[in-house]
Design a protein around this ligand. Sequence first.
Ligand code: ATP
Length: 319
Amino acid sequence: MAFLEIQSIHKSFQPGQHVVSNFSISLQKGQITALVGESGSGKSTLLRILAGLENRDSGEVFLEGTRIQNPKEKLVPGYDEIQLVYQDYHLYPSSTVEENISRPLLQYDKAYKARRVKELLKLLDLEAFRDKLPRHLSGGQQQKVAIARALSLEPSVLLLDEPFSSLDGIQRRELIAELKDMFGNLGVTVLFVTHDLDDALQMAPELVIIQKGKLIQRGRPEEIFAKPKNLYAAKLFSHLNPVPEKNKTYVRPADVQLFKTSGMPAKVVDKQYLIHYNQLTVALQGGEKWLVEDKRRIFDTGELVFLKWEEKLELILLS
Ligand SMILES: Nc1ncnc2c1ncn2[C@@H]1O[C@H](COP(=O)(O)OP(=O)(O)OP(=O)(O)O)[C@@H](O)[C@H]1O
């Protein structure tokens, strides 16, 4: 049996409008999985259901074979073993870092509490900030405090809801690298929700794509990239250019080569400098706009460019 087993979850807030629909997945112990989907696809609702903090309409969740109860079935909703960490940290603003981390341990023996908090401060490299208030910390440090607090009860499952979205690029890359190693060492099972594919790829070896509350595809990033189940899954990875006169057929900007004399003609209508190439918006003869990558940075706005791509790189996506 899987460690965390999610079976046919349905949830709607209004009759007939499913926010989570027939969602099933099983996660192994210690596995780190990213749940990726656009805003409003039901990710947060699903996490709250898994944590036992939101009532599901039907379906079941089992942790090591034990059924997770709905909040309406329990006096105190939620479980110590399953901890949810939010995007906006949810820290106590007038409590120090140390107090925030020790808050869930109120009922515990004083010596254990002191030992556990010390361990967590060390684990998350927060020792220098133990007496500081959250507002005196950077976003990345505040998120680490939230994660330390969630880990205080030694959960076996950590559910992270967009944990990096308030952080800038450098902060998030550093934090992701640090947390990935730490989760691996702790052996905690992590389900990490994001709408940002880059974050997902950096954090998790396996992706689950959710669209309108339904599981669309699950697999390693390279598998989903090579064979996306639908247009939505493919577009999470890159922009897609529709191939003229070929129904439901697309080519990725990175797969289009640019030439000066032969190929499909197009006019450069916009040029944007990006780190590894100039991104060109080009207008095809029929007026359709494509995005292409000028890796040699040789084309300018107003110029004619000729496009070629290999047919085997075309993606046929029926839905
Ligand atoms: N308590 C609620 N009552 C009514 N509708 C809700 C409630 N919670 C969520 N919804 C609706 O359910 C849908 C899915 O919301 P959810 O927050 O789960 O999506 P999400 O994928 O996490 O989005 P985001 O990335 O924007 O947080 C949205 O249309 C939202 O408005």
